[in-house]
Design a protein around this ligand. Structure first.
Ligand SMILES: Cc1cc2nc3c(=O)[nH]c(=O)nc-3n(C[C@H](O)[C@H](O)[C@H](O)COP(=O)(O)OP(=O)(O)OC[C@H]3O[C@@H](n4cnc5c(N)ncnc54)[C@H](O)[C@@H]3O)c2cc1C
Length: 511
């Protein structure tokens, strides 16, 4: 029985690799079956523009949710780099080009920027008070992520503050309207509720997305992965290999059956048997294979644009681009912009203005560039455009992407002295070094159902009081566990579902 393992994992994303390391360390035999030719799923670095030595984090790009404990447990050397700038948002008021730079700790020019843009000190004070309250939630929730699911009542009692109701019970939009006056500031805060989530500000699904963006490691800081996202995957592959994990790539699983407690998992050429089966692929994709009903979930609703630049563009407001692009650069993400874009997209139209944010990896970490590009002053830029749901691409994916890309670049150029096109590197055929990925591309390339970057809608990080205890990875089939972003407390580059799926297997094994 050469293809018999204790555990078979379908899908080779970072959660699969993390689960495999924990399980192999505990002495179990593990095989990972990945449909693509390489491992990593949404967590890869690639030479997106083959003529240039630049390894971009092609899909996911920043890390917050990966607990330090997982890194320590597995002895990983993977590091993330802290950013002293949280965000920058250019704004035109009365024909004056201004900008709001928000630094960590609100130091430096942050206070004067707030004053200039929001006409006073009340918004910066509101900001301080809101995020101090959100911290109380992060302090309680973050330490629970690698244990069995806590109940709603347990967490609520531990938080014991009005922020519980504000973030868990009341739609985020209502809270932001009560806490902040400025359209711009409300929008910057709301962004964390809408990343990858096609929602109105007043739908609780935005609250859930917001929570995951604010609790990582108890700080909610979004850090730069040193060496790019692929650095994490490379290290995990090396560790898993050294522990004897078997990788089978180009192995799309098409059949699963179970008989007398043994799973048989088949790709087109081979079968694998195992006592435990872990699903790193999305729950909807698993349901398709099992022939069951996929969970109802929102469409993915973002475009990802990857760029290679010969120089950073100068800004009309005069802020040094090295400062403006050092954190997350928001544009056209006012509260009212989000509402308009959502309404337009929900009615089937490409938003007139696509709310977007960008980040420059190379201002924090040049190791993703070859020495020649470093010397020539090249940079990478990653853009995440919001409220562009899969349905907008169904008729003609290529044409919709072209319209959206053109729109995004024109929007961005409103804030720049140097048009972004003049900063992009060129391929030898004269084409610009820029690519755009739609939700449908993500489905096709890495199996995200209709581009949903979290595999399915995120869930609150707790169970209801009357629900069964568990790790948040259980399915209706005994010994088949979710081991990917679709688990409760999944979503994002966190390794949490991988850790928790391994814990569920080890618990089942010992009972
Ligand atoms: C554009 C984009 C930007 C993002 N940005 C961030 C970010 O900055 N920070 C962050 O924390 N998160 C981000 N995310 C989300 C994050 O990347 C994912 O939630 C996370 O990587 C999921 O990891 P995973 O291991 O659970 O699954 P995945 O990485 O999705 O891996 C699942 C694997 O299963 C494979 N598979 C699918 N079907 C089959 C089959 N039938 N047989 C075999 N294999 C199969 C797929 O090919 C894939 O390799 C982003 C996601 C995207 C798409």
């Amino acid at each position: 029985m050469p293809n018999n393992f204790d555990v078979v994992i379908i899908g080779g994303g970072h959660n699969a690799l993390i689960a495999s390391c924990y399980l192999a360390k505990a002495g179990l035999s593990v095989a990972i079956l990945e449909k693509n030719g390489s491992l990593g799923g949404a967590t890869v670095s690639q030479k997106v523009f083959p003529e240039y030595e630049a390894r971009l984090s092609r899909y996911s790009y920043l890390v917050s949710l990966l607990p330090d404990k997982i890194v320590a447990d597995l002895g990983l050397k993977f590091e993330t780099i802290d950013r002293s700038v949280s965000s920058f948002t250019p704004e035109n008021i009365g024909n004056q080009d201004l900008g709001l730079l928000i630094t960590k700790g609100l130091v430096g020019q942050t206070k004067s920027d707030f004053k200039e843009i929001t006409s006073g000190d009340s918004e910066i004070e509101a900001w301080k008070s809101f995020y101090a309250d959100v911290q109380k939630l992060a302090d309680v929730i973050a330490p629970t992520m690698l244990g069995k699911l806590p109940t709603r009542s347990e967490l609520k009692a531990k938080v014991s503050h009005k922020i519980w109701d504000e973030i868990i019970e009341v739609p985020l939009g209502k809270v932001l309207e009560a806490r902040f006056e400025s359209d711009l500031v409300r929008g910057i805060v709301l962004t964390d509720g809408l990343i990858g989530t096609f929602s109105d500000a007043k739908d609780l699904v935005a609250n859930i997305c917001f929570i995951y963006h604010l609790i990582g490691n108890g700080t909610g800081a979004w850090n730069v992965p040193k060496g790019g996202m692929g650095a994490l995957v490379s290290e995990l592959i090396e560790l898993a290999e050294s522990l004897g994990v078997k990788f089978v790539v180009d192995s799309e699983v098409t059949e699963i059956s179970k008989s007398e407690g043994v799973f048989t998992t088949k790709n087109r050429q081979q079968s694998f048997t195992s006592k435990y089966l872990l699903a790193n692929l999305a729950p909807g994709k698993l349901a398709n294979i099992l022939g069951t009903k996929p969970p109802a979930t929102l469409d993915g609703s973002q475009v990802k644009v990857n760029m290679l630049l010969t120089k950073l563009p100068r800004l009309k407001c005069g802020t040094d681009p090295k400062l403006a692009f050092a954190g997350t650069f928001h544009f056209d993400e006012r509260y009212s912009d989000f509402q308009r874009a959502f309404d337009e997209a929900a009615s089937g139209k490409i938003p007139t203005k696509v709310p977007a944010e960008m980040y420059c990896h190379t201002l924090s970490d040049l190791s993703i560039l070859g020495a020649d590009l470093v010397e020539r002053g090249f940079h990478t830029l990653t853009l995440f455009g919001i409220h562009t749901p899969a349905a907008l691409f169904e008729k003609d994916n290529k044409a919709s992407k072209a319209i959206i890309l053109e729109r995004l670049l024109a929007q961005l150029n409103e804030y720049l002295v140097d048009p972004i096109e003049s900063c992009l590197a060129k391929n030898s055929d004269g084409s610009l070094c820029i690519e755009i990925k739609s939700p449908l591309d993500l489905d096709e390339e890495i199996g995200l159902p209709r581009g949903n970057i979290f595999h399915k809608d995120l869930s609150m990080p707790f169970r209801e009081d009357n629900e069964k205890p568990g790790w948040g990875v259980e399915t209706d089939i005994p010994n088949l566990f979710l081991c990917g972003a679709g688990a409760i407390r999944g979503g994002g580059v966190s390794g949490i579902p991988g850790h928790n799926a391994a814990a569920a297997v080890l618990e089942a094994q010992s009972s």
